[in-house]
Design a protein. Structure first.
Length: 374
């Protein structure tokens, strides 16, 4: 009886969500289901659907709602077209497999003590010794008192500050094969990529909001004209009042790509302001501004790998971070290709490498957590 009641509640909540009638708390409950589902729930969840609803159709509607909530920039980012028919077929197959999400009552606010991201699995192809699953939503939260908590839920709510930790910083560590989303006390939303660390205070000051970033993050900063939002990223200071942008700070050179609003970049006494569609890169003693390829620079946040034909070294770095692998014989890669396209990061590693093989003319093998370029 309890299971039936829970099932009825789940279906009622999904109906409210798709109709845009959920409260903030109910929306986050639905999103927790969305981010913690797996393919093994497919058959069981299908039995829970209304007679006139199919899982793919429902998944499509859920994705549409998520896109409307998370990517509501005034200028939509255009999808890339594939340059060759064989890429189109492969991309379509991966899109179907990568975005077939199945919602089921699998609510979990805390990850198990031993969570395996990008797990190794047997290969279904003789081409590879083994295969690897994609990464997932996971991070480790370190409180100002040093307490650690492992979470798979992609949202961090406002923390209740105490006298003991007031004015001190929380730290979110996202490992290889992980991504995470943080909602700060002012409503600012930050999506964190793999191998990223974010520090932020329990409460912002009355005259400013400041965080520290290492790695890569997509920011949607809540507007507050009286308190500028500042990001310290490897010696570069990024200042905004309220806007949307991507920051890549894996290396000493920090790149900021602006989606909307305006951003001021400060480094070593120099500063510049960039406009939507521009990218600022801070070097040792200079700030360079150029047009930004937003489709490329924000692909990870849309759960995609992006191929631009001239940057396979960057692509392999993205793949290595997301699947927690190392590439061997990378110097054999051909960087002169002009193929373009994107692949879902929800794909297995073998599927990504099959597309990469088409683009490069090279073969790949997976052996444990090593990827050999042949």
């Amino acid at each position: 009886m309890k299971e039936q009641e829970s099932s009825d509640q789940a279906k009622a909540l999904l109906k409210k969500y798709l109709a845009g009638q959920c409260t903030a708390a109910e929306e986050q409950q639905v999103l927790r289901w969305f981010y913690t589902l797996d393919q093994s729930d497919k058959e069981q969840f299908q039995e829970e659907l209304p007679a006139n609803e199919t899982p793919p159709h429902l998944a499509s509607r859920i994705n549409a709602r998520l896109d409307a909530q998370l990517f509501d920039e005034p200028t939509p980012i255009k999808r890339l077209t594939w340059m060759r028919s064989k890429w189109m077929v492969a991309a379509l197959m991966l899109a179907i497999s990568g975005f077939s999400f199945w919602l089921y009552q699998k609510v979990s606010s805390t990850a198990p003590a031993t969570m395996t991201l990008a797990a190794e699995i047997p290969s279904q192809s003789k081409t590879f010794h083994n295969d690897i699953l994609p990464g997932g939503h996971y991070a480790k939260i370190i409180t100002p008192t040093g307490k650690e908590q492992q979470l798979a839920d992609p949202f961090v709510q406002q923390h209740n500050s105490t006298t003991e930790i007031a004015g001190k910083n929380f730290r979110v560590d996202v490992p290889k094969a992980g991504t995470y989303m943080v909602i700060l006390e002012d409503g600012t939303k930050i999506w964190l990529n793999s191998l990223t660390q974010l520090s932020y205070p329990t409460h912002f000051e009355t005259d400013q909001r400041q965080v520290t970033l290492t790695g890569e993050a997509y920011f949607k900063v809540a507007k507050d004209a009286s308190r500028p939002f500042r990001i310290n990223a490897n010696g570069t200071m990024i200042e905004v009042l309220g806007t949307t942008f991507n920051v890549n700070a894996y290396e000493k050179e920090v790149s900021t790509s602006l989606v909307e609003g305006s951003v001021k970049i400060v480094k070593e006494g120099k500063q510049t302001i960039i406009k939507p569609g521009e990218q600022a890169t801070t070097l040792a003693n200079d700030i360079q501004v150029q047009l930004s390829d937003l489709t490329k620079n924000t692909a990870w946040q849309r759960e995609e790998f992006y191929f631009d034909g001239n940057n396979f070294s960057d692509i392999t770095q993205q793949i290595a971070r997301w699947y927690n692998v190392e590439f061997e014989n990378i110097e054999a890669m051909n960087n002169s290709s002009t193929y373009k396209g994107s692949i879902s990061r929800n794909s297995k590693l073998s599927e990504v490498l099959q597309i990469l093989a088409l683009a490069t003319g090279r073969k790949f093998d997976i052996n444990g957590r090593k990827v050999l370029v042949q």
